[in-house]
Design a protein around this ligand. Structure first.
Ligand SMILES: [Zn+2]
Length: 187
């Protein structure tokens, strides 16, 4: 079974908070590049430091993006410190001259490949709602890898994946399937 991004819908609530944090840092530190490409690179770098907060986009689940305010004082301070660092790093190594892909979490593509194999092996057919819940659950367990590189980069990176990463993706998928009671817990 092949799963594609059109088979489910989800959203990482940290994306809005990360964007807000980067904008705040840029408003205070006006020296250096503030182009859209650099902003996205800063957001990617920041998001890769933060625990993702994916939610499935389903009726009854709020689509409100998270603000920094929603995070609480301690988490907000951590996000702002990480945002300062991300802005610093990108400004000292800007990549705005290259062709780019839309900002995406590469971990999602890796999970999709593995999930297709798992669903085939387990003979599971999941609907859109179940897939959305499952993908959110799995992606919240794994380190995000946001990038603005083209797919070629993502695929190269997938091939370079160590066995440990593949194993951790499979562990996250099976763990989520059991927690969501989509397969028996005894397996
Ligand atoms: Zn720039």
């Amino acid at each position: 079974m092949k799963i594609s991004t059109s088979d489910y819908a989800l959203y990482n609530r940290m994306e809005a908070a990360a964007q807000e944090a980067v904008e705040q840092v840029l408003a205070a530190r006006t020296e250096g590049c503030t182009c859209q490409m650099c902003r996205e690179d800063m957001q990617c770098l920041l998001l890769n430091q933060l625990k993702p907060q994916y939610v499935p986009l389903l009726p009854g689940i709020s689509k409100e993006p998270w603000t920094l305010e929603d995070l609480g004082a301690k988490a907000r301070a951590e996000v702002m410190a990480a945002a300062e660092h991300a802005v610093f790093v990108v400004r000292h190594n800007p990549r705005h001259g290259h062709e780019r892909a839309p900002m995406q979490n590469c971990t999602e593509a890796m999970v999709l490949g593995a999930l297709g194999e798992v669903l085939t092996r387990e003979k599971l057919a999941l609907g859109r709602e179940e897939l959305s819940r499952l993908m959110a659950e799995v992606l919240n367990e794994l380190p995000p890898r946001y990038t603005t590189s083209f797919k070629g980069d993502a695929f190269a990176r997938t091939e370079e994946l160590e066995a440990a990463s593949v194993a951790s993706i499979l562990t996250a998928i099976y763990g989520a399937l059991k927690r969501l009671e989509m397969i028996p817990g005894s397996a």
